[in-house]
Design a protein around this ligand. Structure first.
Ligand code: GLU
Length: 410
């Protein structure tokens, strides 16, 4: 049976609640989403037939502000996955200290099998199904796995057609020139680097250390490029099928060019082929899972050789693996901190849309760095004070903020 990521999310919640006391009401409220929407999305395919896709939107919590979180297109997406991802968004927006709650959406589809027209019709139909519960002050989606700025543009346009709303702030991650923010594309990868850089010395990693990145989607590709630009040796990269490894380092731009040209990493010159499982076990300093959940589990956590795991994917490490890694002295910088750069720049985009402003890339990056570095250091200090791992410390910081909003509402 497929692992249920929401069960892992609840275990994480229970563990954090053992490190610090929180009100039973808060814990009960976070243990289940406020609202879940299942939709059947009919799409006219190019051959004239109709196909019905399963779609989900989970609105986990709006205690701190409107629901916020991406929409994922993946054949394995189901309600348990979307529920877990929505839960993590609630914690993530609290860690980032931005005025949002948490939500997530998904459609069970492999977008690679659709034509561009089919993809657009699916995206617009999904918005028609969800329009009554979305809105710039209600629920604000964004890109996630396999969804792009272009898709956000179709979705925002469809939403505006239905509602007449012209604020342009219901979807974030839009293209530049269509209401998108400077820096949103790189934001998750760059934010991960800022978090890493703020903690690097205290975690005992030298500048120029070796890095392996699992996943070469938007997040992994930007992260690899940014670590390389800062003098780190990127030795391994992978896509959903396979990976490549060269202990002397690869040129990230060449790897990405190869993938673009051939649609695969295999055949990349001067590198060994490694499977996605093997990539996680490589002798590197920094391991960056940037793909899907449940990658590092009790089965393989004992053989991880990295000193630090920087979670740019959501939920890549299971709770059992967390314990094994903690005992082995391997630091896991948790997803709700490490990948919060994406939603933070989504917040900047939303503010710019509502205020009719356009910020420079430089000012976006400066604000992002200041916010994430501050939260990263505070979470590290909490982990020391509470004698616990970074995930529990990040949960504690988030739960304190959510608890505060809950008290204010009484
Ligand atoms: N999908 C991204 C995440 O998991 C970004 C969400 C957003 O920008 O709202 O954090």
């Amino acid at each position: 049976m497929r692992a249920n990521p929401f069960e892992n999310a609840l275990v994480q919640l229970a563990r954090a609640a053992r490190v610090k006391k929180f009100s039973p009401e808060l814990l009960a409220r976070l243990a289940r989403p406020e609202r879940e929407i299942n939709v059947a999305i009919p799409v006219r395919m190019d051959n004239g037939n109709a196909r019905i896709f399963d779609g989900y939107r989970v609105q986990h919590s709006n205690l701190r502000g409107p629901y916020k979180g991406g929409i994922r297109y993946h054949p394995d997406t189901d309600i348990n996955e979307v529920r877990a991802l929505a839960f993590w968004m609630t914690l993530k927006t609290a860690v980032a200290n931005i005025p949002f709650g948490g939500g997530k959406g998904g459609v069970a589809v492999d977008p690679k099998t659709l034509s561009k027209g089919e993809l657009e019709r699916l995206s617009r139909a999904f918005v028609r199904a969800l329009a009554p519960v979305l809105g710039a002050r209600a629920d604000i989606p964004a890109p996630d796995v396999n969804t792009t700025p272009e898709i956000m543009n179709w979705m925002e346009d469809e939403y505006e057609k239905i509602t007449g709303d012209k604020t342009g702030a219901t979807f974030t991650g839009k293209p530049l020139g269509s209401g998108g923010s400077e820096g949103r594309g790189a934001a998750t990868g760059l934010g991960g680097f800022f978090v890493f850089d703020a903690l690097r010395e205290i975690l005992g990693v030298r500048k120029g250390a070796s890095v392996a990145v699992q996943g070469i989607g938007n997040v992994g590709a930007h992260a690899a490029r940014i670590f390389e630009e800062h003098g780190y040796r990127v030795v391994a990269l992978s896509d959903s099928k396979s990976g490549i490894y060269n202990e002397d380092g690869v040129f990230v731009s060449e790897v990405i060019a190869h993938k673009k040209k051939y649609g695969t990493l295999s055949g990349f010159p001067n590198a060994h082929t490694v499977s996605n499982e093997k990539l996680l076990m490589l002798p590197v300093d920094v391991l960056i899972p940037a793909a899907l959940e449940n990658q590092i589990t009790k089965k393989n956590a004992r053989t991880v050789k990295a000193k630090i795991i920087l979670e740019l994917a959501n939920g890549p490490t299971t709770p059992e693996a967390d314990d094994i890694l903690f005992k082995r002295g391997i630091h896991v910088v948790p997803d709700i901190l490490a990948n919060a750069g994406g939603v933070t720049v989504s917040y900047f985009e939303w503010v710019q849309n509502l205020k009719r402003e356009h910020w420079t890339e430089d000012s976006v990056f400066r604000k992002l760095r200041a916010m994430l570095a501050r939260e990263a250091r505070a979470i590290f200090a909490r982990s020391r004070a509470l004698k616990t791992d970074l995930r529990r410390a990040a949960f504690v910081v988030a739960l304190e903020r959510i608890e505060k909003s809950l008290r204010n509402k009484k």
